[in-house]
Design a protein around this ligand. Structure first.
Ligand code: GUN
Length: 291
């Protein structure tokens, strides 16, 4: 392996420590940021995320409010909870865990969250702020990914950046962040022709497609920065009934032999997401009080 390994786990720990330090300073002035996390239904993966979010929120010195609603919850009921949280002065950030059960329209819920408490950065107001270069709340995963890019390639101006994936949660905001830094940005997706050739142009390649090890070593430009947002659970080759392992969207060993720097999975972008959620909650708490 020739690539520098980008240690997202260590970077995230540092970011959480910086957030905690600022939270302590705020607490001394009587301000304790609060994050409300809403989970509808019993999806086991979502339950793990929500538990981790709550634990890290408390560890950073902030208040954590957890709301667990049954899978049968109707949209009106969820919207009513969001309205309560919007009005609650102890709540600075609101996160409604996605995906939601089929009877609830996620966009209606996202649009019901007060933009100044929208720590996911999914509200159209925050999407628009990002697109127009105004200060706002930026989606956590692309925000964390951009910090990792900054850590190895602080100046991407004029470089070719390719983002694979056009989701509103990762791909589109990631492209906006790279564009803000004056990269030449391409968003590739499932309909892109000759994806390998597009990727080979990339000085910065961000993979956010959710397809295990789709990006091969010969898709990587020598020396490129490779950011793997994928977290895919696949059967473990070492056998063992029901044994699984986590892989990214990038074939790591192949890519690491060509790239200049690369994030591992796990331990790359993943840990950055919750750290950025805490950073966003702190930012929301300060902004709401004019600090
Ligand atoms: N589900 C998976 N990722 C996310 C995220 O970043 N925010 C929310 N609200 N739900 C998610």
């Amino acid at each position: 392996m020739t690539a520098t390994l980008i240690d997202g786990k260590a970077f995230a720990a540092g970011l959480r420590a910086r957030v905690a330090e600022e939270v302590r300073a705020l607490a001394a002035r009587g301000v304790v940021p609060g994050l409300a996390v809403v989970l509808v239904g019993e999806d086991p993966a979502s339950a793990v995320y929500v538990r981790n979010k709550a634990a890290q929120t408390v560890e950073a010195g902030m208040r954590s409010f957890q709301h667990r609603l049954p899978a049968s919850t109707g949209q009106a009921e969820l919207l009513a909870l969001v309205a309560t949280l919007n009005a609650d002065p102890a709540v600075d950030g609101i996160l409604v865990q996605l995906p939601l059960p089929a009877q609830i329209d996620p966009q209606a819920v996202i649009e019901a969250i007060a933009p100044e408490k929208d720590v996911d950065g999914f509200h159209p107001m925050n999407v628009g702020r990002l697109a127009t270069g105004m200060a706002g709340l930026v989606p956590c995963t692309p925000l964390g990914a951009s910090m990792l890019i900054d850590s190895v390639r602080p100046d991407v101006a004029g470089l070719e950046a390719v983002v694979i994936g056009r989701s509103s949660i990762v791909g589109k905001p990631m492209a906006q962040l790279l564009l803000q830094r004056s990269a030449t940005v391409t968003i590739a997706h499932s309909r892109t022709r000759d994806l390998a050739a597009v990727c080979r142009r990339a000085d910065v390649l961000v993979a956010a497609v959710g397809r295990p090890e789709m990006v091969r070593g010969d898709w990587i430009k020598p020396g490129a920065v490779v950011i793997d947002v994928g977290i895919n659970r696949v059967p473990s080759p070492e056998g063992g009934e029901g044994r699984t392992r986590l892989v990214g969207d990038v074939a790591f060993a192949e890519a690491a032999a060509v790239a200049g720097a690369i994030t591992p999975v796990p331990g790359g972008v993943g840990p950055m997401t919750i750290a950025c959620l805490l950073a966003n909650t702190l930012q929301a708490a300060k902004a709401r009080r004019g600090i």
